[in-house]
Design a protein around this ligand. Structure first.
Ligand code: PEP
Ligand code: MN
Length: 279
């Protein structure tokens, strides 16, 4: 692909990028980021964080700024939400992944976030991309729901070109004619990314499917296809979730999924070499 001077493998970049987030090595070990869609309260966030930590998650997710389809839906708790995430991190030791939606918020939100998330709706918000490119925090760049691989990697290039080398890609499903699932999870993009780019790529089967009943299978499939990790929405009490209730995973199901991922992971070295290619 042309003009991907930094995002693609080239003469200078022969090695896969490994990004350290408070000791969690994204791109080296299989990483699971879990937590609620949105931070709703201290109790909900801390309870959920404790449960996902106990199940073996590596990072906590939770939105304090929610880009919603309707302006009348819950928009997130903002600063209060970030302070709750800070408490949950203190409580569990889990690094925090949270979304930033406005270029003006990047510098102060990055004081609370260990990883800054750029959501699907903002993938091509070039002002935001340049801003997150200036800070010293890794960026989780979700694929735009209408975006091609080339467009997505060019957005990663914006962040890298602005000076931030730590970009994690996240496939979260694209819009197709299919309406049975919320989006169509494009797992074929994972090996495609790995052929072109050295950046780590994780998969979000929660937004990718919108259907709790199939998230476990798509999570296992993500690992099998060579993804570097997962982002999964977990809620301590899904029936009460304010946001994305239909895809919120209860902690017991998450614990069972983590066990299955562990079993699959133990066979992965036999199937793939360290470079992501099948043996
Ligand atoms: C999220 O992860 O909270 C989110 C809003 O996801 P997406 O941008 O993929 O819709
Ligand atoms: Mn969500």
């Amino acid at each position: 692909m042309t003009n991907l001077k930094l995002a693609a493998f080239n003469g200078d970049h022969k090695q896969r990028t490994v990004i350290s987030v408070n000791g969690v090595k994204v791109g080296k070990e299989f990483v699971v980021i879990a937590g609620p869609c949105s931070v709703e309260s201290e109790e909900q966030t801390i309870k959920t964080a404790q449960k996902v930590k106990a199940a073996g998650a590596n990072m906590l997710r939770g939105g304090a700024f929610k880009p919603r389809t309707s302006p009348y839906d819950f928009q997130g708790l903002g600063l209060q939400g970030l302070k709750i995430l800070e408490k949950a991190k203190k409580e569990t030791g889990l690094p925090v992944v949270t979304e930033v939606t406005d270029p003006r918020d990047v510098s102060w939100v990055s004081e609370y976030a260990d990883v800054l998330q750029v959501g699907t709706r903002n993938m091509q918000n070039f002002t935001l991309l340049k801003e997150v490119g200036k800070v010293n925090k890794p960026v989780l760049l979700k694929r735009g729901m209408y975006s091609t691989l080339k467009e997505w990697l060019n957005c990663a290039e914006y962040i890298l070109a602005a000076g931030n080398p730590d970009v994690i890609l996240c496939e979260r499903g694209i819009r197709t004619f299919e309406t049975h699932t919320r989006n169509t999870l494009d797992l074929s993009i994972v090996p495609c990314v790995k052929e072109i780019s050295h950046l780590p790529i994780i998969v979000d089967p929660s937004h990718g499917t919108g259907r709790l009943s199939i998230i476990e299978k798509m999570s296992l499939a993500s690992m099998a296809v060579g993804a570097d990790g997962l982002m999964i929405e977990v809620h301590n009490d899904p029936s009460e979730a304010i946001c994305d209730k239909d895809q919120a995973m209860p902690p017991a199901m998450f614990t069972s999924l983590m066990r299955k991922l562990g079993r699959l992971n133990s066979c992965m070295d036999d199937i793939y070499q360290g470079n992501g290619s099948p043996v």
